[in-house]
Structures are given as C-alpha cells and as structure tokens.
Design a protein around this ligand. Structure first.
Ligand SMILES: NC(=O)c1ccc[n+]([C@@H]2O[C@H](COP(=O)([O-])OP(=O)(O)OC[C@H]3O[C@@H](n4cnc5c(N)ncnc54)[C@H](OP(=O)(O)O)[C@@H]3O)[C@@H](O)[C@H]2O)c1
Length: 268
C-alpha cells in the first residue's frame, strides 16, 4: 500500500531538526519529490542556506519556522500555528543526547533533552493529528533510536526519551490503521551527523568503519521508503538491526553491566 500523501501546494511537510544530519537529508529528499516544506530548528542561518538551494533546485515552497523546541512558550506558539494549517506530513526528527552519570550532568540540559525528545514530539503530533484524521490523509515520522530499546547507564535520559519515542510511534502506527493516516518509527543506530559532536563524544565518529556507521542520506531514504509502504518501524543497517535484537531480548542482568562499561568510557 502506498501511504504518503501526494505533494500539494497548500499542505506542507513539517520537518523538525532540519538544519543538520538526518533532518537535513529528509528535507532534501522531500523537496526533490516536490513537497512544500516548513523547516523547524534554532539555527536560522543554516535553514536559510538550505532553503535557498532547494527553492532554486526544485522550485518548491520552503518556509522557515525558527523555534527552540525546548522552550515551552516558543513551542506552544508553533503548536498553535500548526493546529490551524494543513500539514500533510510531520517528521518529528529534532533531538540530542547527553552522556555521563546523571548526577554529574547539567540538570537544565537534561530537562531540555526531555522537552525536545519527548514533549515536543507529543505536542506537535497532537497539534496536527486531528486535521489529518478529518482529511483521512497524513503521515507522521517519529525518529526514535536503537537507544530506546533498552535502558542505558551513563545515557539514562536519552535512552528513556527514545523509549518514549519508540513506544509512542509503534502505538500510533497500530492505532491509526484504517484512518488514512500513518505513523512510522525510524529507529537508527550510529549515523554520521553532528549528533556526537553536540553530545561531546565526537571521538567515536567513524569508529568501526562503514560497517557500523550509516550515512544520514541512507537513513532518510529508507525512512521515506518505509513511510511510503506504511512500515511500522525502519531500522537502517545491519548493525542497528543487531543492536535492536540485542537490546530487546538480552536479559537486563547481562546487558546493563556491559553497556555501563562501554558508555562510561565514551566521554572520558
Ligand atoms: N546520529 C545518530 O547516531 C542517531 C542515532 C539514532 C537516533 N538519532 C536521532 O536522530 C535525530 C536527528 O539527529 P541527527 O543525528 O541528525 O543529529 P544532528 O545532526 O545533531 O541534528 C539534530 C537536529 O535537531 C535540532 N535540534 C536540537 N535541539 C533543538 C531544539 N532545542 N530546538 C529545535 N531543534 C533542535 C538541531 O537544530 P538546531 O541546532 O539548529 O536547533 C538539528 O537540526 C535525533 O532525534 C537523534 O536522537 C541519531
């Protein structure tokens, strides 16, 4: 079954975290397919450069909507705007991670992580879903992670936020069956983006080579293909698929000490 709504001038694709990595690639690929776009992120300069390129290359409409998704007031304003317009596709992609023992991490940054990775995902989905259901058309992508399949010491907040994203997306996928609206979970493993730099662990970038690391371009391609086929979950790459199985089925008593050893070393 082909599930993506067709490109329409007055029904946009909203992509959060469009200023880099997976979100930037999703943006390029939806633009190439002729969709009108609304791009959300904090770094307007990056969004402007991307938008100018895409307008010229594909003659698509690209609107910028700068927003700090961790800020409740800014997010509420965005949510109200989205409630009023027709959104054909929502990609809940913005997110970041923190690594280290919880009590040693910056408490405000941990709170922001939950706001962006969890509350914003629920907030924006709640904003667009009623109109999608009314129109019997729409698609939602939620970017979770392999990190959401198991608890992870020294990455506690991130793993918990992605457990929310993974669970929320899979529940919605099933709940929306038959409504004309779809929801797909994208749960990648290690992907080459700015993610590790933002998290302060860029020394692991590329470690293990191309067997371990997939490109943001591939992740976005597989995500959109998955949305087209109304897939419940998209996991790009063999390593991410192995991580998923390990995370889901290895007894916690074995898994937690191993992960603790690995994750405590990431930042050192
Ligand atoms: N890379 C990986 O290995 C990996 C693996 C599994 C899952 N993921 C998930 O994939 C998604 C995309 O990450 P990425 O790998 O592409 O990382 P990235 O290159 O660092 O991109 C993250 C995006 O999120 C946006 N963002 C962060 N905080 C924000 C805030 N407060 N308000 C608005 N936007 C915010 C950033 O935009 P601004 O900084 O301009 O605001 C940026 O566009 C995330 O949800 C991440 O958890 C990544």
């Amino acid at each position: 079954m082909m599930s993506l709504p067709r490109p329409l001038k007055d029904a946009s694709v909203v992509i959060t975290g469009a200023s880099s990595g997976i979100g930037e690639e999703l943006t390029k690929q939806f633009a190439a397919r002729g969709y009108s776009l609304i791009l959300v992120a904090r770094r307007v300069d990056k969004l402007e450069i991307l938008a100018a390129t895409l307008r010229q290359k594909y003659q698509v409409e690209v609107n910028l909507r700068p927003c700090d998704l961790a800020d409740r007031d800014e997010r509420a304003q965005l949510r109200k705007e989205l409630e009023k317009i027709d959104v054909s596709i929502l990609c809940n992609n913005a997110g970041f991670a923190t690594f280290g023992r919880l009590h040693e991490l910056d408490a405000d940054r941990e709170r922001e992580e939950t706001e962006v990775n969890v509350v914003a995902v629920q907030d924006l989905t709640l904003a667009v879903l009623p109109k999608m259901i009314q129109r019997k058309s729409g698609a939602i992508l939620i970017v979770g992670s392999t990190s959401g399949h198991q608890p992870t010491p020294a990455n506690a907040t991130y793993a918990a936020t992605k457990a929310f994203a993974n669970s929320f997306a899979e529940s919605l996928h099933s709940e929306l069956n038959g409504t004309g609206v779809t929801c797909t979970l994208l749960a990648p493993g290690p992907t080459i983006t700015e993610f590790n730099e933002v998290a302060g662990i860029s020394k692991i970038d590329g470690m293990g080579g191309s067997l371990v690391w997939v490109t943001a371009k591939r992740v976005a391609t597989e995500a959109i293909r998955g949305m087209e086929c109304n897939r419940r979950i998209v996991i790009p790459g063999l390593v991410a698929q192995a991580q998923t199985l390990g995370g889901r089925y290895t007894p916690r008593i074995i898994l937690l000490p191993i992960l603790k050893q690995i994750f405590l070393r990431l930042k050192a």
